[in-house]
Design a protein around this ligand. Structure first.
Ligand code: GLN
Length: 539
């Protein structure tokens, strides 16, 4: 076991979207598979306190941890790869750093000193970087820095890394810099100059990277590696190729081939221990690549233009599909485009329908039409959060024939507010961090599809919403054939709804997609995918 934690920093150069999150998670996986205890944290240079108030078009999905932190979607990758939960401590933003420093200033903690970026902000960054390491729970703390080197807002972070590297001393830290090695078609060559420039930029801030991970579409030749090594002051084994992969789940194996974990352990003067134990991971990949059949699932949402907006849902389908030996082809359908006229054409080719979470009124009528189509045509349906709420509204309108039936999120004065605010939420004015967030228990009825999936009566799932099923309507809905198969035992809130007379119609107020991992695919997704396949075979 390592005597003191090692700190690995992952920075990005040249462009964004090079896959820092996946490389960090892959390295963590390899170290974990060698028997080390690893955690990953993400530091984001933007000024929002957390990504909770960000539109998904900005940074993609907002990932929620067990302790109710609204975080960057990279934390989702960390959990899916490592199967270890993260927490608020794993995601820090500039806004949070400044909020803390300014509060200290107001409380007189700086004793009359001028409060400055250096040392006050950088000290606070360093303190937060080391927090998880100080728990004694980890041999490695991997810190991924958001943004790209050279961004004005990244500067204090790079300076904090420089100081920490110095303060920790030799073998206690390593900087891993991700760059791009583009292929110029006209020249027929891979180009190293952007990488050289990016390293120069880091050097200007006093940081010499220890390892370069070079994203590329083509293999890096020995000459290219040597050239990059020479101009960036590195051993050529510290120049790691990160070639485009078919699946993000291939990346740990690609990094293993490139010996990234070995290079890190060498720098940190730690034993290699065993070879990475990746039997289960390999089995997963094998199943992923050799599906026996495929299903077509519709994902009805309003952020479908952006892949990242539904990241965890898409990954949950990969896990659940693999578990069922099926390829799940997800067809994104814009909820605003669904009408009574085109619903048959759009949805009838599908084997199942997932209605996505969301906020605000845009697109909800399309979601309701989609729910009705799935309910009436007995197409497997999974509604998540707003998706469940719209299933309740649809049932109220079309089965119970309730007039003016909706959620108070969209119409405060609705005659039949079947989805409404909980009492304590009615007083909330501030937007950030005030929803029902994080893990809550749920009690499952034995005679239900949920129980068949989970195989237990007590579960815990993560939430991110304000509105709830309005309990005044419970009896009427039950009488008409809706089952409330999952209930929060402490607050008597409806967490899961089902419809009896349907092969698979299930809505959940929580977000199952946040807990699906490679090792433990989420039971609801596994059951839903299976139901879709059964439906396909019957068609
Ligand atoms: N807008 C709904 C609510 O706040 C649903 C939220 C969600 O889908 N995450 O309750």
């Amino acid at each position: 076991m390592a005597s003191s934690p090692r700190y690995l920093f992952v920075t990005g150069g040249v462009t964004s979207s090079l896959g820092k999150g996946i490389v960090s998670a892959s390295l963590a996986k390899l170290l974990q598979a060698r028997g080390y205890r690893v955690t990953i944290q993400k530091f984001d240079p933007y000024i929002n306190i957390d990504p909770g108030t960000l539109n998904p078009y900005e940074h993609g999905e907002c990932y929620v941890t067990e302790d109710g932190a609204e975080t960057d979607l990279d934390l989702g990758h960390y959990e899916r790869f490592l199967n270890v939960p993260t927490s608020q401590a794993n995601n820090v933003t500039t806004g949070r750093i400044y909020e803390y420093v300014i509060k200290n200033e107001r409380d007189g903690k700086y004793q009359g000193k001028t409060v400055q970026v250096i040392p006050h902000i950088t000290d606070e960054i360093k303190r937060r970087i080391c927090l998880l390491g100080e728990t004694g729970n980890f041999d490695f703390v991997i810190t991924e820095l958001g943004g790209t080197v050279g961004d004005i807002e990244s500067l204090p972070y790079i300076e904090a890394v420089r100081q920490l590297k110095y303060e920790l001393g030799p073998h206690r830290s390593a900087v891993i810099h991700l760059t791009l090695v583009p292929y110029l078609k006209a020249a027929g060559e891979l180009k190293t100059k952007p990488t050289q420039h990016s390293v120069k930029m880091l050097l200007e801030s006093g940081v010499q990277p220890d390892i370069l991970v070079c994203r590329t579409e083509y293999k890096l030749t020995r000459e290219i590696r040597a050239k990059i090594a020479l101009f960036c002051n590195l051993q050529s084994n510290a120049v790691i190729e990160s070639i485009d992969a078919d699946s993000i789940y291939d990346v740990p194996l690609l990094m293993k081939k490139e010996k990234l974990d070995r290079v890190v352990l060498n720098i940190c003067k730690l034993p290699l221990k065993n070879e990475p134990e990746l039997t289960e991971w390999n089995e997963f990949l094998n199943r992923l690549k050799n599906p026996q059949d495929e299903i077509q699932v519709g994902l009805v949402g309003k952020y479908v233009e952006l892949q990242d907006a539904y990241k965890s849902i898409l990954e949950s389908f990969v896990h659940a599909g693999t578990e069922n030996r099926l390829k799940v082809k997800v067809h994104s359908i814009h909820s605003e485009h669904i009408t009574e006229e085109n619903v048959f054409r759009l949805l009838s080719p599908l084997d199942g329908l997932l209605v996505a979470p969301g906020f605000g009124e845009r697109g909800i009528e399309g979601k309701i039409i989609a729910v009705r189509f799935a309910r009436e045509n007995k197409i497997p349906f999974l509604g998540i959060c707003l998706g469940m709420q719209m299933a309740v509204v649809e049932f109220g309108r079309n089965v119970l024939k309730l007039k003016d039936c909706t959620s108070t999120e969209f119409k405060k004065s609705a005659k039949n507010p079947v989805i409404a605010l909980m009492e304590e939420q009615t007083k909330v004015r501030q937007m950030g961090g005030t929803m029902r967030l994080g893990a809550y228990p749920c009690e499952i009825q034995k005679d239900s599809k949920a129980f068949k999936a989970y195989k237990k009566t007590r579960i815990s799932e993560r939430h991110r919403h304000r509105f709830e099923f309005n309990n005044k309507y419970r009896q009427a809905f039950e009488n008409a054939g809706m089952q409330f198969s999952g209930i929060n035992p402490d607050a008597d809130l409806v967490e899961i709804i089902e419809i009896h007379d349907h092969p698979f119609f299930l809505g959940c107020q929580f977000h199952p997609e946040l807990k699906s991992t490679v090792e433990i695919p989420h039971p609801l997704f596994v059951a839903f995918v299976k139901a879709c396949y059964d439906f396909k075979l019957l068609k």
